[in-house]
Design a protein around this ligand. Structure first.
Ligand SMILES: [Zn+2]
Ligand SMILES: [Zn+2]
Length: 254
């Protein structure tokens, strides 16, 4: 698998970190993991094949993770890059996904689910396997952030990845991410977090230490991280693996 960080930031405007989005490539297809409003242009900037995208995962419906579906689907409907496209686009997320998309659709009058190729909206049941792209198996567990929030586990023949999305501290994530090749965690705050439903470094590092992944990537970094050496701070927790700071444009193969 290859993961391109499209957006390592939050909803707070930042000069070098855009909002949450990752482009995952496997031998069986591509998956956009979260779709920030900046995601469509970030895919173009990174040379990711947005027009051929196979599937999208939406962790929850906050604007910095999901509202890019409107410009993405609008572009796919009208851009010359998708004119010859025939294969379906499958959009996965938690309960209420269809209503979320239809609400944006109604507001803009886009009719964005009416494309010249099939578009499927699939509301995932937690704990039940699903198949987002060819050759890959996934499942999801609820995490404490929004009622529809889900963490994603995806594996193909060679690799495994877990993506927390936004979450408060949640011990079941340790077992969920046990020994995965890449554990992508939100780490919104350095310490003394102001809100319960995000992680700070000590909590993220607890989850890394207890799940023992091959590598861990910290993302969803608020601007307060600008003043901090993330790797140095993380090293104080003696992590069992390499800790990667998500940076827009970073590519990781695993
Ligand atoms: Zn967020
Ligand atoms: Zn959120």
């Amino acid at each position: 698998m290859k993961l391109t960080v499209l957006g390592s930031g939050t909803s707070v405007p930042h000069p070098s970190r855009t909002s949450a989005a990752f482009f995952l490539e496997t031998s069986g297809g591509s998956l956009l993991i979260d779709c920030a409003p900046t995601a469509p242009s970030r895919m173009a900037a990174e040379g990711c094949d947005w027009a051929g995208l196979d599937a999208v995962w939406i962790s929850h419906f906050h604007a910095d993770h999901a509202t890019g579906l409107a410009p993405l689907l609008f572009a796919m409907k009208h851009a010359k890059e998708t004119r010859d496209r025939t294969h379906s686009l499958r959009i996965f997320g938690g309960s209420g996904l269809r209503r979320f998309i239809e609400t944006m659709d109604d507001a803009g009058g886009y009719r964005m689910l009416e494309q010249h190729f099939p578009v499927e909206v699939i509301e995932v049941e937690p704990y039940i396997e699903f198949y987002p792209i060819n050759g890959a198996t996934a499942n999801a567990i609820p995490v404490p952030h929004r009622t529809e929030s889900l963490a994603l586990h995806i594996r193909d023949a060679s690799s495994t990845l877990v993506y927390t999305g936004d979450t408060g501290f949640h011990k079941p994530l340790s077992a969920f991410a046990n020994s995965v090749d890449l554990f992508v965690l939100e780490c919104s705050f350095v310490k003394d977090k102001a809100v319960d439903r995000h992680l700070e470094l000590a909590e993220a590092m607890y989850l890394v230490r207890s799940s023992r992944p091959k590598r861990a990537m910290l993302t969803h970094l608020y601007p307060e991280w600008d003043a901090v050496d993330l790797k140095q701070e993380a090293a104080r927790y003696e992590p069992p693996c390499e800790i990667i700071e998500a940076v827009d444009g970073l590519r990781v193969e695993f």
